[in-house]
Design a protein around this ligand. Structure first.
Ligand SMILES: Nc1ncnc2c1ncn2[C@@H]1O[C@H](COP(=O)(O)OP(=O)(O)OP(=O)(O)O)[C@@H](O)[C@H]1O
Ligand SMILES: [K+]
Ligand SMILES: [Mg+2]
Length: 730
């Protein structure tokens, strides 16, 4: 196989990956006013009551704004119009937060849409694995016509027409358009690196792909609606928080309504107001009550809630992770157990044959021959590496005997091999010759089932390979009716990825337990687990075992995250609360999980957990801030309004605002402006440092709760002074 440097015939077709440098995106620091301006039309469209009804707090605010508009028209007054304008601005500002959050994904969606151009697919009719040329027909069809199950061929220089799995061949592929990573990647049939994505380009060789998606459901389609936020559904947590906000809104509504009789029947209140004329029954009471209501209901968090959620998804996209649901992002913030598979996740995953160890009197050539024959049709990377190794070391021919019956590898049997009906190598003994290779326990079981005994020497070979962290594959043979015989062990070498130990330590600080799950034997598992620094491991795990482990953890009240790439990981990925599939993995894995990592970097889960935590913390902090704010506003406005009526209340009027009307106007202005002021924080997220959840919570409650209590007093006083300066007579 050749993997040339990515040479593109048409450089103008290169799709630039979207700008993923977080520092250059808005929200990373101060907000770019231009972004606000550009998002304004979208924010105004969101004033449509039908769409706004999904946000109860803002919906109530809009109704209030409509009411004061009516009152201001019926009884025109400067105060009435000012309040009305600021109430509408409150709604617009909240919409602006959401619109800005959404706009950040739009540029990326446009880039992706550019990739969805129509390509021509070479569909194969009647293709079977290993079919010789001429036994099937090739036709050209539009990529948009491809359906699930179609088989297409793609050669160097061509675009992959749709999502699918490679079922024949190996190729290097340029996936930069979706991943932003310019180095070509290898995609091959049989193993856990078989998935290809429509729109990527094959750089070398030829692959046959089975399409796994119907039109309109492709990865690219999903990615576009994801980054645009079009698919975003409210998460259960958001719904719960919304319900709380609705209840608070209702409570404040009742509270404000009870003020009405007091206000109307209290002549003193009227005369306490600066502009007695304007206040007397000319609709001012209504405007005051609406203003009070809007100040007291949780408009800050109500306005920012959805922006916080969108920003969380967006932060994941910036790190090349696609979350299929907001719920998964939230769950990531609460994860306590993380399962990782070994091969390809903790290790590099290109396990290669590096040594043959014989047992008893078996010769090297005998073992090499058996290893080769049992691997000739093995499409897994391990199988292919054995064929290459034997060919290089022993120069044995790579031809498959006729009428061989191949036994493909499965994660359940943990074996693969071949049945040779002719008994090719020793025809004199007659009968069928059967060869098996696989996990030592599995092959030992097979030998015993076929009347053989397992030599003690096997243990030493397995131990030797396993202790070094390698995967031992035992090889055995059974000739005719005779007893099966164990021939030796193939050493498959794999390398632990660098830097894992530090990252696992980081997870430990976050209170997350890491567990490695592998189909490999316990000794290999332990060697790799020790080297990588995971907290625990599960060896000889079947797909059922992985699933059972997740269910057990979940039953114990834990939220489980799992990363995986193989088809055998799919059930577990689906069961996990956060299932991160590697983009290099199989389609089955990608469909089962609720996140896909385009970089196929299993340690990415750490970023994912951090982003999830940051989302939860940001939402919590801003909720605390918002509610504290509303309470503070209550104490800021009421003394100003009733100070003249009840001397006891007047004593509480520490702020000494200019007049009841200026107090109300200042509070309404503050209430609107605080939403815009907090947009950058909502988008960027509250800083997160690994530490225990409890200390974080207390710290944030203090900072944002106390901040939320104090800020309104200072800000409203300041605005009051300014208002009186610029609007005389208020
Ligand atoms: N091509 C093959 N032929 C025969 N046996 C194999 C083959 N590939 C792997 N095995 C054996 O089957 C075991 C389990 O398979 P596999 O490695 O896919 O498990 P897994 O659960 O995906 O775990 P992980 O990928 O983390 O090691 C391996 O440890 C190895 O002993
Ligand atoms: K409010
Ligand atoms: Mg695997």
């Amino acid at each position: 196989m050749t993997a040339p440097a990515p040479v593109r015939e048409k450089p103008d077709e290169v799709v630039r990956p979207p700008d993923r440098d977080p520092a250059r995106r808005i929200g990373a620091g101060l907000i770019d006013p231009r972004q606000l301006w550009l998002a304004l039309p979208a924010a105004l469209r969101k004033l449509n009551p039908v769409t706004l009804a999904r946000n109860p707090v803002m919906f109530v605010t809009e109704i209030g704004a409509a009411l004061t508009t009516g009152l201001a028209i019926a009884h025109p007054s400067g105060f009435g119009w000012l309040i009305t304008a600021w109430l509408w601005l409150t709604v617009v500002f909240a919409n602006l937060a959401e619109a800005v959050a959404e706009s950040r994904g739009r540029a990326q969606a446009d880039t992706l849409r550019g990739m969805r151009r129509q390509t021509v697919a070479r569909r194969l009719g009647g293709w079977e694995p290993g079919a010789p040329a001429g036994s099937y027909v090739e036709e050209s069809v539009g990529a948009g016509e491809l359906r699930r199950g179609d088989v297409v061929v793609v050669e160097a220089g061509e675009l992959v027409p749709g999502d699918g799995d490679v079922i024949e061949g190996v190729a290097s592929i340029d996936e930069s358009a979706i991943t932003g990573e310019s180095a070509p990647v290898i995609r091959e049939s049989g193993g856990d690196r078989s998935a290809v994505t429509g729109g990527t380009r094959v750089l070398s060789d030829r692959i046959v792909v089975r399409v796994t998606q119907d039109p309109g459901e492709s990865f690219l389609d999903r990615m576009i609606s994801l980054v645009e936020g079009a698919d975003r559904q409210k998460t259960p947590n958001e719904l719960a928080l919304n319900l709380l906000l609705v209840m608070m809104t209702f409570v404040f509504l009742v509270a404000v309504l009870t003020l009405q009789p007091m206000a109307i029947f209290s002549k003193d209140f009227m005369s306490a107001a600066h502009d007695t004329e304007a206040l007397t029954a000319n609709g001012v009471t209504g405007i005051v009550l609406v203003s009070l209501l809007v100040c007291l209901i949780p408009t800050t968090i109500g306005g920012l809630l959805s922006a916080i959620g969108i920003a969380g998804m967006d932060r994941l996209v910036q790190r090349n992770v696609l979350a299929m649901s907001g719920r998964a992002v939230e769950a990531a913030g609460d994860v306590n157990t993380l399962l990782l598979d070994k091969t390809g996740t903790i290790t590099h995953g290109n396990r290669r044959a590096s040594e043959l160890l014989t047992v008893g009197s078996v010769t090297d050539r005998k073992l090499a021959d058996a290893a080769l024959l049992s691997s000739l049709a093995d499409e897994t990377p391990e199988g292919r590496s054995i064929v290459e190794y034997v060919h290089e070391r022993f120069g044995m021919p790579q031809v498959a005997p006729k009428d061989a019956e191949w036994v493909p590898f499965s994660a359940m049997t943990r074996m693969s091999g071949v049945d040779l009906p002719g008994g090719t190598s020793r025809p004199e003994s007659g009968g069928c010759r059967r060869l098996r290779k696989g996990a030592a326990t599995a092959v030992a079981g097979w030998v015993e089932d076929n009347g053989g005994t397992v030599p003690v020497a096997l243990d030493a070979c397995v131990e030797q390979v396993s202790a070094s962290g390698g995967t031992p594959l035992a090889v055995a043979e059974c000739q005719g009716e005779g007893p099966a015989r164990l021939l030796g062990v193939i050493h498959l070498k794999d390398v632990v990825k660098p830097g894992l130990r530090e990252r696992f330590a980081e997870l430990r600080r976050m209170g997350i337990r890491t567990v490695m799950v592998t189909g490999d034997n316990p000794v290999t598992a332990k060697a790799i687990a020790d080297e990588a620094g995971v907290d625990d491991f599960l060896a000889e795990a079947t797909p059922e075992d992985k699933l059972a482990l997740i269910k057990k953890e979940q039953a114990g009240g834990h939220l489980v995250a799992m990363t995986g790439d193989g088809t055998n990981d799919a059930p577990a990925l689906a069961q996990a609360d956060v299932g991160v599939a590697m983009n290099t993995g199989t389609s089955a894995a990608k469909e089962a999980g609720n996140m896909v990592d385009l970089d196929s970097d299993p340690t990415k889960i750490i970023d994912i957990v951090e982003i999830g935590k940051q989302l939860l913390i940001t939402r919590g902090a801003l909720t605390a801030f918002s509610i504290a704010n509303d309470i503070a506003k209550y104490f800021a406005i009421l003394p100003a309004m009733f100070g003249g009526v009840y001397p006891a209340v007047d004593a509480a009027n520490i702020m000494r605002l200019h007049s009841p009307t200026s107090a109300i106007l200042s509070a309404v202005i503050f209430n609107a402006v605080i939403i815009v002021a907090l947009i950058p924080l909502a988008l960027r997220g509250v800083r997160y440092r690994p530490s225990s959840a409890d200390s974080l919570l207390t710290r944030n409650l203090w900072i944002y709760g106390m901040g939320g209590l104090l800020l309104p007093f200072l800000a409203i006083k300041f605005i009051d002074v300014a208002v009186v300066q610029f609007i005389p007579g208020i």
